[in-house]
Design a protein. Structure first.
Length: 313
């Protein structure tokens, strides 16, 4: 297991370096001058030249990139062009909100998707199956910002059950988490149904049913266990969607997270913030997928045996 994790981490490092190089290059080739953006109305030629020297922008591009990577490795993502605060301080204020939202969205997607898929598999080709898969199709097709607007209209404005404004209470994350987690929930429902039906067709499950095992125990004890690996795959792949979807959902529900920070940074041309958000999002994606690989080994003995064989080699 240890050697497997080390190999995955070693493969992740070139990916993160390449992504950091791309984001740095895009920010460096942008038409606006960072020194002019920072100084605004005080941007005299002398002041711009002095600030460019202080920021190291008069150095060769390759030297700027090496300095950037060196600072990032020390936890220094630079200074925001907009408010002159350290980018790391801004990320420390906003990233926990996005992490909570993504965590609630994944939890809701599992709580909704797995029972929906199990119900569809247990009632194959009946009205419950058709209804569940119809709901899943809607969940996959409906954009998160549309669903978020509908949820606000129904539950906040018409029924008045939940507040619109976000003040930090966990209950206020229910609607945005539902809007963000609807697509993963729909994918999990469809994957669960397909995996459970495939497991029910296996000889060992048929033998257990013939010996008197109840269908409910066969579903929960055998079929659902086989469905855990593809479900974990959906969770890992959905991480990128959740990070991208948070841009829109946080704007709709006015949540001060990474998504809103990124949109504000785009409008302000605050490239250090954009570079940090991109690199942090990629690191989170790599970390979540690494945890998914560990979960594979916990639920599937074949994966554990494969890891052990690789370590012996």
């Amino acid at each position: 297991m240890r050697s497997f994790l080390l190999k995955r981490l070693a493969l992740a490092i070139p990916t993160l370096l390449l992504l950091s190089a791309i984001t740095f290059l895009v920010g460096s080739l942008a038409p606006s001058d960072p020194a002019t953006t920072i100084l605004r109305e005080r941007a005299t030629p002398e002041a711009v030249a002095r600030l460019r020297h202080e920021l190291g922008l008069d150095r060769p591009l390759w030297r700027q990139y090496l300095d950037y990577v060196g600072h990032v490795c020390q936890g220094d993502f630079g200074i925001s062009y907009y408010d002159r605060r350290p980018v790391l301080e801004t990320l420390a204020e906003t990233y926990p909100e996005t992490a909570r939202l993504a965590g609630y969205a994944i939890l809701l997607s599992l709580l909704l998707g797995v029972p929906l898929g199990l119900s569809a598999a247990a009632c194959q080709d009946r009205w419950v199956d058709r209804l569940a898969m119809g709901v899943a199709v809607v969940g996959v097709s409906l954009p998160s910002f549309v669903l978020g607007s509908l949820l606000i209209l129904v539950f906040a404005q018409v029924l008045g059950w939940l507040p619109v404004a976000y003040t930090g209470r966990p209950l206020e994350l229910l609607l945005p988490a539902l809007a963000l987690g609807s697509r993963p929930a729909a994918l999990i429902a469809r994957i669960t149904r397909a995996s459970v039906l495939e497991a029910l067709r296996q000889d060992y499950v048929r033998t257990a049913l013939a010996k008197g095992l109840s269908r409910t125990r066969a579903l929960l004890g055998h079929a659902l266990r086989n469905a855990l690996v593809p479900i974990l795959t959906v969770v890992g792949v959905s991480t990128g969607y959740l990070l991208a979807g948070s841009f829109v959902v946080e704007s709709v529900f006015v949540i001060p997270g990474i998504g809103r920070l990124s949109l504000d940074a785009i409008t302000r041309r605050d490239y250090p913030v954009l570079q940090a958000v991109t690199l942090l999002g990629a690191s989170a994606f790599v970390l979540v997928n690494l945890l998914v690989d560990v979960a594979y080994a916990c639920v599937d003995p074949r994966v554990r045996s494969g890891m052990a064989a690789n370590e012996r080699d």
